[in-house]
Design a protein around this ligand. Structure first.
Ligand code: CA
Length: 229
């Protein structure tokens, strides 16, 4: 496959997907494409693309949720493909960590210009960066979205999982309440500190040996939380 830059396209509309794939292939990019979020996530791990093109309206997962999960383990640039009816989702997608957007319908030259701009600043992701996060007795598999304690899966809600992932992906770093609320719930939740307090409580009950004296999810008084692996 050589040294060509790899681009992953996740779009369920067959015609748009073919249009994008052929435009990119004509520029010698190596293109991998998927029609669902689940397939896209597994290809992202398998192929470690330099850029991700993501349709926000996918059949199996909300695009904004996909971005939040993806950002838990990858810094690969994301170019959103949105329909005009998804204006508010577009902002949420950018807040969640997308880098740029294209609104349908768009032309080949516009597509290629955005792709070139994002690839210029794309960091190179290394295989060892992904996608198993380990701490204490636990491991988080970012692809299957499962958390194991030794060999036993932990039952977590979607929110609990995402909160744990965001914190565990930033070990040792103080994260403000606002950062956590935006990354886990979305920008509309900034300021709802109560959500965070409740869910941190749930997580401590599930992962800490002594929830009242946590060793992984530490409180930074007046600021937020710090995760110690
Ligand atoms: Ca779609």
């Amino acid at each position: 496959m050589g040294d060509a830059e790899r681009i992953l396209v996740i779009e369920d509309d067959h015609h748009i997907r073919e249009f994008i794939v052929s435009a990119l292939e004509s520029e010698e990019y190596q293109v991998i494409s998927a029609g669902t979020a689940a397939t896209g996530a597994s290809y992202a791990v398998k192929h470690l693309p330099h850029l991700l093109l993501l349709d926000l309206g996918l059949p199996d997962q909300d695009g904004v949720e996909f971005i939040r999960d993806f950002r838990g383990w990858s810094t690969t640039p994301i170019l959103i493909i949105s329909a005009r009816t998804q204006e508010s989702e577009k902002v949420a997608a950018l807040d969640a960590g997308a880098d740029d957007y294209l609104t349908k319908p768009f032309g080949v030259s516009e597509l290629l210009a955005r792709v070139r701009a994002l690839l210029r600043r794309a960091p190179v992701q290394k295989t060892e960066d992904i996608p198993l996060i380990r701490f204490g007795d636990y491991s988080i598999d970012c692809v299957t979205r499962t958390v194991m304690r030794h060999d036993v899966p932990l039952r977590l809600s979607q929110i609990e999982y995402r909160l744990l992932l965001v914190m565990a992906a930033n070990p040792g770093r103080v994260m403000t309440r606002r950062q956590l609320l935006i990354q886990v719930w979305g920008s509309q939740a900034a300021g709802n500190d109560e959500y965070l307090r409740v869910y941190v409580g749930h997580l401590r009950q599930k992962i800490e040996a002594t929830p009242a004296q946590p060793r992984h999810i530490l409180t930074e008084v007046g600021v937020g939380y710090r995760f110690e692996p």
